[in-house]
Design a protein. Structure first.
Length: 250
């Protein structure tokens, strides 16, 4: 175990007001690609840039093309929680972790057992009819062809925040408060380049800011501890449950 992970283990053992803020890198160990790395989604070629396809206006004007991309590149029904998700759920079970704040829409934190999950960008597991507001599981998106429709005839839209859409004020408020009140803030798997989500980090008032990321971020200079390791490895080792988990899945 590295010195940095030993320090993280000590921090976790002596804290009971921990908040985790995570991005796409948390789920890469579950086989879900991130967005902005060299081999990420945004560096692949399509007829339209992913940022355009995943926008509100594109969804409204080119719904069928949106869903063709969305089914192929945004849904991973076989993905399972990895060590990072499980370690965080374990910390919450112990009463130490107060909230998981995630930019991901894959729902893996919830599947791992975490209860207080604040999904800044929504969840692909939830889908809502734009007409009658009926809710549907992700299966209706996977199993349908073309544009998925509600029995009422309305278009079903994923409950995810698209470009040009605002984040939920309620979720933002809860996340900001959790960060402000935290003794320990752990940030993992995010470049901290996506706003307004990344800006919430500025509300942290503690002195135990931990960054777990393979590459540098713009917030490194503010960190009290930096760990250049896979998030699953770092958290699993620090929580002390390494013997229970397989790095590839459940």
């Amino acid at each position: 175990m590295s010195n940095e992970i030993e320090k993280l283990k000590d921090i976790l053992q002596n804290s009971d007001n921990i908040v985790f803020f995570g991005g796409a890198g948390v789920s890469t160990e579950s086989g879900i690609p991130d967005f902005r790395s060299a081999d990420g989604l945004y560096n692949e070629s399509y007829n339209y840039p992913p940022e355009t396809i995943l926008s509100h206006s594109f969804f409204m004007e080119n719904t069928e093309e949106f869903y063709r991309f969305y089914r192929e590149k945004m849904l991973y029904p076989g993905a399972k929680p990895n060590n990072a998700h499980k370690a965080l759920a374990e910390l919450e079970k112990k009463g130490k972790l107060k909230a998981v704040i995630t930019q991901n829409v894959d729902g893996l934190h919830t599947l791992a057992g975490s209860k207080n999950v604040l999904e800044l960008h929504g969840s692909a597991l939830r889908n809502i009819c734009m007409s009658c507001k009926e809710c549907f599981s992700v299966d209706i998106i996977i199993e349908s062809k073309g544009i998925p429709l509600c029995p009422c005839g309305g278009v079903i839209k994923p409950d995810v925040v698209l470009y040009e859409e605002g984040l939920s004020p309620i979720v933002m408020s809860k996340a900001t408060k959790a960060i402000h009140d935290a003794d320990v803030l752990i940030i993992g798997g995010t470049s901290l380049n996506v706003y307004p989500a990344a800006g919430m980090i500025n509300h942290y008032r503690g002195n135990k800011l931990v960054l777990i990321n393979k590459t540098e971020t713009s917030f490194d200079r503010y960190a009290d501890l930096i760990i250049r390791e896979k998030i699953g490895v770092a958290l699993d080792s620090a929580v002390g449950k390494g013997e229970r988990y397989d790095i590839q899945g459940v």
